[in-house]
Design a binder for this molecule. Structure first.
Ligand SMILES: Nc1ncnc2c1ncn2[C@@H]1O[C@H](COP(=O)(O)OP(=O)(O)O)[C@@H](O)[C@H]1O
Ligand SMILES: [Mg+2]
Length: 348
């Protein structure tokens, strides 16, 4: 009703306007007023509001559900990443294990080849030694007889023949020692004493002239159960090699110590000589390998290693070309089968 009276007021105010325009405006107003006042409008509004509210609730729920889904998807992706990382780690570990295995296989195969090589070498050596040794002894005794009556140039020639024959003889004995070493004659050996004796023996040899010899073996070192003769030979071979590589003015030092927590003594022979070129370091223990053309048999280190291994020990060397070489021999203080004769196997 209020709206209606307002409309009448408006109609009066608009009286001066042209009649048609006024009628149109009044009609428009009346329609609008009628809309706002109708119950359908408010019902529609209410329904719209309810629909909007319901829609917003539904939308919020959907958004929440979508967020959950996104969170789940992210967690699943993280889980997948984690599992992929685990799988990658497992793969890397497997690859490393396989690499280790193939390395061990290669090492084993090369050891096998080495053993096979030694075995055939042994057969060859034994055969050759038997063939050479007897006639050689005959030749040597004949030359020594001839030496008594020889003089001048002839004497020099005979001397050279004797020297050559002796070299052959020592090589043959080296072969025999290597191929068929006797049983270990075990006894309690004092390493400090053994080293002192060996150094005393070599210090006046021409080869050691001008080289400083140092004995750094502690006197309180425990005695070891070993074959004294073979230990002396080990020491001699290593001292000779050191002297042959060390020029005058250099030094050779013998050191030894008991390994902590182990019943093992490590003996080291260190020289300040030429050193060994890296590419041949892996070959020096092979029988007949020598860089001393015409002067070396190439058996010193292989016999030495053979002796060391027969004692249950190990030998290795560190060499720096131009600076020197250190040979390390580790020997157990006790032998597994102490004082029992060791079988005469061909190769240790
Ligand atoms: N202390 C050392 N310094 C340098 N080279 C060495 C040393 N010991 C061994 N060698 C090398 O190892 C080779 C093999 O030694 P070895 O088996 O005793 O045979 P040989 O002394 O008869 O040559 C030698 O020819 C030498 O090249
Ligand atoms: Mg030698």
């Amino acid at each position: 009703m209020v709206l209606f009276s307002l409309a009448s007021g408006w109609a009066e105010a608009l009286a001066p306007l042209p009649l048609l325009a006024t009628a149109h405006a009044v009609r428009e107003f009346a329609i609008a007023s009628a809309i706002f006042t109708s119950t359908d409008f408010w019902a529609g509004m209410a329904a719209g509001l309810v629909a909007a509210f319901v829609a917003s609730v539904v939308a919020r729920k959907r958004i929440r559900a979508a967020r959950h889904e996104a969170d789940d998807a992210r967690a699943a992706a993280r889980q997948l990443d984690y599992e992929r990382d685990l799988a990658q780690q497992a793969l890397v570990q497997k690859l490393e294990q396989e690499r280790e295995l193939s390395k061990e296989k290669m090492q084993f195969e090369s050891q096998l080849t080495e053993f096979e090589k030694y075995a055939s070498f042994t057969q060859l050596a034994l055969g050759a030694a038997h063939e050479v040794n007897n006639p050689l002894l005959g030749i040597l005794s004949h030359l020594e007889l001839e030496m008594r009556s020889a003089s001048g140039d002839h004497r020099t020639e005979v001397e050279q023949c004797i020297e050559g024959a002796r070299r052959i003889s020592s090589a043959v004995h080296g072969l025999l020692d290597y191929a068929r070493p006797g049983p270990l004659a075990l006894s309690q050996v004092s390493l400090p004493q053994l080293v002192t004796d060996a150094l005393r023996f070599v210090e006046h040899q021409p080869l050691f002239r001008g080289i400083q010899l140092q004995n750094c073996v502690p006197l309180d070192l425990p005695e070891i159960t070993a074959d004294a003769n073979q230990l002396s030979q080990i020491l001699m071979n290593l001292l000779l090699n050191a002297a042959q590589a060390t020029p005058s003015g250099g030094s050779i030092t013998v050191l030894a110590e008991k390994m902590r927590f182990e019943n093992v003594i490590e003996l080291r022979i260190r020289d300040t000589g030429t050193g060994i070129p890296e590419d041949i370091q892996t070959h020096v223990f092979e029988p007949f390998f020598t860089t001393k053309r015409g002067r070396g048999t190439g058996l010193g280190l292989s016999i030495t290693r053979n002796y060391v291994r027969r004692h249950g020990g190990e030998i290795h060397l560190n060499s720096f070309p131009g600076h020197g070489t250190t040979v390390c021999v580790s020997l157990p203080i006790y032998q597994a089968h102490q004082l029992e004769p060791v079988s005469t196997e061909v190769i240790a």
